[in-house]
Design a protein around this ligand. Structure first.
Ligand code: FAD
Length: 438
């Protein structure tokens, strides 16, 4: 390395939503940033492609959302709902843009991740593609070495290299492996029967995990299956689950129909859920999936990764300005992301354990949604997408309709059977078929 090689304020390993968002806010604050990405953009990332409100707010702030909308890449989730373990369902019709509805949109990661990285470049961050970080060592400054021999020097380091968390594990900050898994398969638009924007299925074979459909702006659907902690199927058996239960699932079969054309075989990637206990060290922070900042009830982690990245940028800017990058100062990062969303994770994990034990609770959610419609679903959606804390399930707006639905179930208006599929729904007059299937 030549002696006049730049010393960056921050070197970031990984240009997913976490790394690129951190790069954007650090560069915007005037810091010199190297953003290292092992792939070349546009690069794919296996995902349900569902971007929740906090992520959309940040995309808006970075000017990315407007660009994506102008290019027709955004499918707003305006109709959607859930199917319960007993096959009860509520799927709202598209009522257009409504006040109080939490914002969710389907946007392909292949497109959106690159736009965030380019927005960071626009603020002055230097993006290096095909820069796979091999190791990082700290002696007053970080020396980050890439597999192709390139070296980068930085005053601080952000590890944002995803759920396998190789860098944070090599540094001894994270000590465990990824703890869950999810799958994705794109199905070609025009070959399936799905006409809604987003539906979650909660069959007993996978709860507290779920099967999800999200529709893209060109009509393709993203079919995902999320195996979450506490379920009876371990992540290692997801491949088998896809081959057996998921492919036989009556709702999945009805959605796909006989003509569905998969655009790829189902692929599986790890999830790291629940938040790591220590995501900072001297002159280093761990952000996004690398830090396990993914909700244990939903497996959603884009918005939490981005919110944590903005916090990381603020904490590092303050520390760099003060000239103090000690662990004590950087511990503020852990406290701040815990305040922002991390305290919700134990509640999410507990909710997962409860619905695994009492799947009927999800039946009550479907019944309550049937009776109270979008008003109930807005609250449900807000808790599931990080807009409101999970404790909202205990608020009167949710607990009263859920309690009444439970009573109704007790008085014999109980569920049919999941295995009977959407046709049983049709007989019961539920709205799944009309609102979700063409
Ligand atoms: C199948 C599936 C479905 C999901 N669905 C959703 C969903 O619908 N909504 C949601 O909110 N969340 C979802 N998630 C979770 C979401 O994908 C993650 O929480 C999110 O990607 C976290 O962003 P990140 O930047 O931390 O990590 P990543 O997106 O994984 O980005 C890490 C980046 O680091 C790069 N990298 C890795 N190693 C190195 C290295 N050594 N050197 C340089 N670069 C490196 C990678 O190439 C990548 O670009 C899903 C996850 C899975 C697996």
């Amino acid at each position: 390395m030549s002696s006049n090689a730049p010393v960056y304020d921050v070197v970031i390993a990984g240009a997913g939503p976490a790394g690129a968002t951190a790069a954007y806010f650090l560069a915007r604050a005037g810091k010199r940033v190297a953003l290292l990405e092992k792939a070349t953009f546009p690069r794919d990332k296996r995902c349900g492609d569902a971007w929740c409100a906090p992520a959309l707010d940040l995309l808006e702030e970075m000017g990315v959302l407007d660009e994506l909308e102008a290019d027709g890449e955004v499918q707003w989730v305006r109709s959607g709902g859930l199917v319960s373990p007993s096959g009860l369902s509520f799927v709202s019709p598209d009522e257009g843009k409504r006040d109080g509805a939490p914002r969710v949109a389907a946007i392909r990661r292949r497109v959106c991740d690159e736009r965030i990285a380019r927005a960071a470049e626009g603020q002055g961050a230097e993006l290096f593609e095909e820069a796979a970080v091999r190791d990082a060592t700290f002696r007053d400054r970080w020396t980050v070495r890439c597999k192709d021999g390139r070296r980068f020097t930085g005053r601080c380091l952000i590890a944002a290299d995803g759920a396998k968390s190789k860098i944070a594990r090599a540094l001894g900050l994270v000590t465990t492996g990824a703890n869950s898994a999810a799958s994705r398969q794109y199905i070609k638009g025009g070959t399936h029967n799905f006409t809604s924007d987003g539906v979650l299925l909660y069959p007993k074979y996978v709860i507290p995990g779920y099967v999800a459909f999200f529709r893209h702006s060109n009509g393709d659907i993203d079919l995902g299956c999320y195996v979450l902690p506490g379920g009876k199927v371990p992540p290692a058996q997801l491949k088998e689950l896809l081959r057996t239960e998921v492919s036989r699932d009556p709702f999945v079969k009805e959605v796909l129909g006989d003509q569905a054309e998969p655009l790829e075989p189902p692929g599986i990637s790890p999830l790291r859920l629940g938040g790591e206990k220590r995501t900072y060290g001297e002159a280093v922070l761990v952000v996004g999936d690398a830090a396990g900042q993914t909700d244990p009830l939903t497996g959603e982690g884009i918005h939490t990764a981005m919110v944590a990245a903005k916090i990381a940028a603020r904490v590092l800017c303050d520390a760099l300005d003060r000239g103090d990058l000690s662990e004590k100062v950087l511990a503020e990062y852990q406290r701040a992301w815990m305040r922002a969303f991390g305290r919700d994770f134990p509640l999410s994990a507990a909710a997962g354990r409860i619905i695994r034990r009492y799947p009927t609770l999800l039946d009550t959610a479907a019944i309550a949604a049937q009776r109270h419609g979008s008003r109930f679903m807005d609250e449900f959606g807000a808790a599931m997408t990080g807009v409101k804390p999970k404790s909202v399930f205990l608020s009167p707006r949710m607990s009263v309709p859920l309690g009444l639905a439970l009573l109704r179930l007790g008085f014999g208006k109980g569920p049919a059977s999941y295995e009977a599929g959407p046709r049983a729904e049709r007989r019961r007059g539920f709205t799944f078929v009309e609102n979700a299937l063409g």
